[in-house]
Design a protein around this ligand. Structure first.
Ligand code: N2P
Length: 380
């Protein structure tokens, strides 16, 4: 097991290791097989935007002859609303773990038959043990990619607005109204999701980030109301291009997306320097999970796709393109050093110790978050 990966979850893994992982069936060669004869050769995938390799889908289509309809979303809340309503038409979806946990309880997903996944053994067992805390027995999901929620910023513009001592290593950069007021002029984007913004605000205010206490949550919301006039927009994918082009100077966003913005800015060669910061106070860490809805119509093809994604070459190709970390230990030798050595993607030990996982919100807290969020965005 790769030291970088295993170190992340040592403590949890020690307690939970037994019984994870699955043996590939005898004779499996690790390649995607053709779909069963007579089966309809289609697959409907619903994934996050900017979250797949350049040729991942084309490669699968070529190997299997299965035509993939690939749709994207950028919000767990949107995905959940569709899943709970049912009949999504999708065969594969990718909720974050804490959302998936609630969806599993609601009976949205099929149990995965691991014997149909010849590449399942590529997953890091320590990681699987950690994930099992929210998907017991890893029965309904596989890890896709994981990352953190932090701050992307334009190095030069932030320096211009706040000086050499700009607190770029702290949530103070964006959660202190005084600072945000000064950044307003160069553009501020915030993820459009209460579940990943309210917790770090609470943490910054010295509260328990995963508090379910209405009064505590209200404190976070009050702070967000103070910040609201200085926020240019709430959106969960627009910030990649805007940061890369210099159209905004700060985004509270996802690690890989901001590092994608950094790469795009470098390629464009117009002198825009984007950096990603995991604030010193700590930051949310999340895991996006692959799952098959109960009412999926192309289940055989969904298994072929999952097994394809579990292949080291396929997963490394995805990681090298979207700049996120995976739980696929067999892929690591093929992942670029630029990804493995970027502390924004694979955080160092000290940073890891400060990351926190998000809570599975009880339905009433989820509703409260969403109510607060709507009010905040509409400015009432
Ligand atoms: C990719 C979004 C990352 C997923 N654009 C956040 N869970």
């Amino acid at each position: 097991m790769n030291a970088r990966m295993s170190a992340l979850f040592t403590a949890l893994a020690a307690a939970l290791l037994a019984g994870c992982g699955g043996d590939p069936p005898a004779g499996a060669d690790g390649s995607a097989a053709n779909a069963a004869p007579g089966a309809e050769k289609v697959l409907n995938v619903y994934n996050w935007s900017d979250y797949i390799g350049e040729d991942t889908i084309a490669g699968f289509q070529e190997e299997t002859g299965i035509r993939v309809t690939y749709d994207v979303f950028d919000s767990n809340e949107v995905l959940e609303a569709k899943l709970m309503a049912g009949n999504t038409g999708y065969d594969i979806v990718v909720p974050s773990l804490t959302f998936l946990s609630r969806q599993v309880q609601a009976g949205v997903f099929q149990e995965l038959d691991k014997s149909r996944l010849s590449n399942y053994g590529n997953l890091d067992p320590a990681f699987m043990a950690l994930l099992a805390t929210n998907d017991p027995g890893n029965l309904h999901s596989l890890p896709y990619l994981w990352g953190t929620t932090g701050i992307g910023y334009n190095v030069e513009k932030v320096r211009e607005a706040l000086g050499e001592d700009a607190p770029v290593d702290s949530w103070a950069l964006v959660f202190e109204p005084e600072n945000l007021a000064k950044l307003k002029g160069c553009g501020v984007a915030i993820l459009d999701t209460p579940s990943e913004i309210i917790p770090p605000v609470l943490l910054y205010l010295g509260e328990q980030p995963n508090s379910f206490d209405e009064a505590v949550i209200q404190k976070g919301v009050d702070r967000l109301k103070e910040l609201r006039p200085h926020i240019t927009y709430f959106h969960s994918s627009q910030f990649i291009n805007d940061l890369a082009n210099g159209d905004i100077c700060v985004a509270v966003g996802w690690s890989g997306d901001i590092i994608q913005a950094q790469a795009r800015a470098e390629e464009a060669g117009k002198g825009v320097d984007v950096a990603y910061s995991i604030p010193k106070e700590g930051a949310p860490m999340w895991f996006d999970m692959l799952a098959i809805p109960k009412d999926a119509r192309n289940v055989d093809n969904a298994y072929l796709f999952l097994d394809y994604l579990l292949r080291p070459d396929v997963m490394a190709g995805i990681q090298n393109y979207v700049m996120y970390a995976s739980a696929n230990q067999a892929a690591l030798p093929m992942v670029d050093d630029a990804v493995l050595d970027d502390p924004g993607i694979y955080p160092d030990e000290d940073t890891k110790a400060k990351l926190f996982t998000l809570a599975v919100l009880p339905p009433e807290v989820d509703r409260l978050f969403n109510r607060h969020w709507t009010t905040l965005k509409t400015g009432q």
